[in-house]
Design a binder for this molecule. Structure first.
Ligand SMILES: Cc1cc2nc3c(=O)[nH]c(=O)nc-3n(C[C@H](O)[C@H](O)[C@H](O)COP(=O)(O)OP(=O)(O)OC[C@H]3O[C@@H](n4cnc5c(N)ncnc54)[C@H](O)[C@@H]3O)c2cc1C
Length: 378
């Protein structure tokens, strides 16, 4: 079987790896516009639950990934300089570049062909392929080639964000809320290597306008954020890596497949970074598509139908969870005066699916501290 994949992100590379390992006779080519060492952003975080799925599906890959990860248990909310620890189920983070190098190395060993520095603007190169995979990310060329077929829906959130890194190393996944005369800010930050952390800065549209960020250069925006988050950066600056300020695009597709073409990962749907699951979904798509091919004995139309049947229900559930989460952040300007524990409680229950009983179960230390804080106020 001949398989052509557009995009050497986590979705494309991991699908190539699994499928080539399962069926070494398949001829698999991944075409990537960037050189091997290029990546945007810094580290990505996974919940332990998400990693458990990868472990079950692929213990060998999990072990290789695990050795590159930073781990911690809790989540911390910082509001008005008060730190609220929230006991969690555990998290782990890895650098995007580290993940990419790992997957590239494993693909090489398995015999997958990766053509770097080649930007596709049509699918002509894959004309003789049995299967074509659009794993080309949020601005997918494959999806844009066939808009009437895939029926993409793309909406933009109103908050602005940029993905920075910093040499300041944090103990846990932390959400730091700060405000000034211009408005409200939140940073999502965590370490992903012994000496580097991700630092995503997000702010609402009113703050963007009042602070005059629209008219600033990228360097000025970075300096402005360094000032807002100076108490958290411990004397370190922010580091940029294609850290473009933008509004998050929420992507979904009416149809996922067309003849022998399938979309996966961010090309198929984006997952807001506040629920930290885009890479997880990219990896799970890869597992699901490979399993569908194996079950359908490489009958492509049957495999693509099976892939969609299995993944669609999850996508629906996820869209709801992600929307509850990003809508909560869109309103950050309304919570600048909240007590730190009230804000943390509001955050924990933002999905609408976290009852008090469930909270006591999931985060017993936090639930007890929150009750104590409320009792002290009465
Ligand atoms: C601020 C931010 C924070 C995030 N944090 C997390 C997190 O903590 N945890 C998490 O799980 N996820 C996170 N994500 C999401 C995650 O980055 C994506 O979901 C994930 O990278 C999707 O993988 P992918 O392979 O589908 O796409 P990508 O990683 O975007 O890869 C697509 C590849 O296709 C290539 N390409 C595109 N067009 C072409 C073309 N025409 N020809 C050739 N090549 C092409 C691109 O260069 C790229 O290498 C975050 C995203 C953002 C924006």
């Amino acid at each position: 079987m001949k398989i052509g994949i557009v995009g050497a992100g986590p979705a494309g590379l991991y699908f190539a790896l699994r499928t080539k390992r399962r069926e070494s006779g398949h001829e698999i080519t991944v075409v990537e516009q960037n050189p091997p060492d290029a990546t945007f952003g810094f580290g990505v975080v996974f919940s332990d639950q998400a990693l458990e799925k990868v472990r079950q599906a692929d213990p060998e890959f999990y072990r290789a990934l695990d050795s590159r990860m930073e781990r911690w248990r809790d989540l911390t909310i910082v509001q008005k300089d008060e730190r609220v620890p929230i006991d969690g189920n555990g998290f782990a983070a890895v650098g995007r570049l580290g993940l990419s190098r790992l997957l590239q190395g494993l693909c090489d060993e398995a015999g997958v062909t990766i053509e770097f520095n080649t930007r596709l603007s049509s699918l002509d190169q894959f004309a003789g392929c049995d299967l074509i995979v659009g794993a080309d990310g949020v601005n997918s060329m494959v999806r844009e080639l066939l808009p009437d077929t895939f029926g993409p829906r793309i909406g933009y959130l109103t908050n602005w964000f940029a993905w920075y890194g910093t040499r300041q190393v944090f103990d846990t996944l932390t959400l730091t809320f700060r405000s000034n005369g211009d408005g409200a800010f939140v940073a999502h930050h965590y370490r992903y290597s012994p000496d580097m952390s991700t630092f995503i800065v997000e702010l609402d549209a009113a703050t963007w306008r009042r602070a005059g960020l629209e008219a600033m250069s990228d360097d000025e925006r970075q300096a402005y954020c360094e000032e807002v988050f100076a108490p958290d950066l411990g004397g370190h600056g922010l580091i940029a890596n294609h850290s473009v300020w933008r509004r998050f695009p929420v992507v979904a597709n009416e149809r996922w497949t067309h003849e022998n073409i399938v979309l996966m990962g961010d090309a198929l749907r984006t997952v807001h970074f506040s629920i930290g699951s885009g890479t997880r979904f990219a990896l799970e798509d890869a597992i699901a598509l490979d399993e569908a091919l194996a079950e359908a004995k490489d009958d492509v139309p049957a495999a693509l139908a099976l892939f969609e049947k299995r993944r669609r229900p999850l996508a629906g559930k996820l869209e709801g969870a992600a929307a509850n989460s990003y809508n909560w952040y869109e309103d950050i300007g309304q919570r600048t005066d909240y007590d730190a524990y009230d804000l943390a409680y509001d955050y924990m229950t933002r999905s609408g699916r976290m009852s008090d009983a469930r909270l006591r179960d999931t985060a017993p230390r936090f639930a007890a501290a929150y009750d104590e804080r409320r009792a002290a106020r009465v």
